[in-house]
Design a binder for this molecule. Structure first.
Ligand code: UDP
Ligand code: MG
Length: 321
């Protein structure tokens, strides 16, 4: 009998957890040919999420809980969950029921048919803030152009991955990470399943705009060197523009043919300003990469686990790297 792990990142979900668990039980009962493991990662929730999870883990030994020492973010919570998952397949999904558990049977069916990655596509999101929608469209548009990894628009973190993929994933050590992007990077046999997103049930979206922007920047710097190239392109363009300009100014200054009456110093000041801008921008982009290098070089553990529930000791060793 195959074991399937559900990995659920949890941040401020105290009011969703009981309902989420009930819903998942309902779905899982329709799939009696599998064993299940429910792995919740409490990502430093300030509310009572942990208490809710402990309650669930006491009722049901299949419920396992990893409690982070603080909020490390959803991407890392997902990673920790996948690191600790024992299943022959791992399904990652949100605790707020925005990723409908009703889809689990079709994910599993695709997997049984040989798919190594079953990704989901959110076809229509009711009540999604305009700015978020715009942001995500813009992000995928940009990523499609600047990165070599194929990222399909509107795919979500709600995915099933085969044990094989889990093994590869666990070998990846980068710390500025985007779960979706890393899975997409791997290739393998991938199948897409579509679903309609429900509005959030309880509580507020934990991902603030700031976090989303951080995530977008992280994915750009970890999956594309385009910003670096952009700086170079810009430098080229601006040199290309300022060189004839300077030539013209010099020509005008020496031969005084045109009626422009441009003083050379004005042009030099202008060119200087432009170049200053370019230098600053290049520095900015380079700083982004150096920031990443810094993170990688420090080689801190990816997360710290404060406690686990229903997980055997030893399972969590050295996986935070
Ligand atoms: N989440 C998390 N850490 C965070 C923010 C969110 O583990 O810092 C979890 C959250 O509990 C939920 C999932 O990630 O299960 C998606 O979060 P949310 O619903 O806030 O984001 P959105 O629906 O906007 O993608
Ligand atoms: Mg949500």
């Amino acid at each position: 009998m195959s074991l399937i792990s559900l990995v659920v990142p949890v941040f401020r979900e105290e009011r969703n957890l009981a309902r989420f668990y009930a819903k998942v039980q309902e779905v899982v009962q329709g799939l009696p040919d599998y064993q299940w493991e429910f792995l919740f990662v409490n990502d430093g929730s300030p509310d009572n999420s942990l208490l809710e999870l402990i309650k669930l883990s006491e009722q049901d030994p299949r419920v396992k809980v990893i409690d982070f020492s603080r909020n490390f973010g959803k991407e890392i919570a997902l990673s920790a969950g996948v690191h600790h998952a024992k299943g022959d397949a791992v399904i990652t999904l949100d605790a707020d029921l925005q990723h409908p558990p009703d889809l689990i049977p079709s994910l599993v069916a695709q997997w049984e048919q040989g798919a190594e990655i079953v990704a989901t596509i959110r076809i229509q999101s009711i009540k999604q803030a305009f700015l978020r929608k715009l942001g995500s469209t813009l992000f995928y548009w940009l990523m499609a152009r600047i990165s070599k990894v194929e990222m399909v628009n509107k795919t979500t973190d709600y995915r099933l991955i085969d044990k094989k993929i889990v093994k590869r994933f666990n070998c990846m050590t980068e710390r500025s990470r985007m779960y979706r992007g890393m899975i997409d990077w791997m290739g393998y046999k991938k199948v897409y399943v579509e679903f309609v997103a429900d509005p959030r049930d309880e509580g507020v979206a934990g991902y603030s705009y700031r976090k989303l922007i951080d995530l977008a920047i992280n994915s750009i710097t970890s999956f594309s060197v385009f910003p670096l190239k952009l700086a170079a392109y810009l430098g080229l363009v601006i040199t290309g523009v300022s060189t004839p300009l300077l030539a013209l100014a010099l020509f005008d200054f020496i031969f005084k043919i045109t009626a422009l009456n441009v003083t050379p110093s004005a042009i030099i000041v202008l060119a200087n300003m432009l170049l200053n801008g370019v230098v600053l921008m290049c520095l900015g982009f380079i700083a982004l990469y150096i920031g990443n290098i810094h993170d990688e070089v420090t080689n801190r553990p990816l997360y710290l686990v404060k406690n686990t529930y229903n997980l055997e000791p030893g399972e969590m060793e050295s996986l935070g790297r």
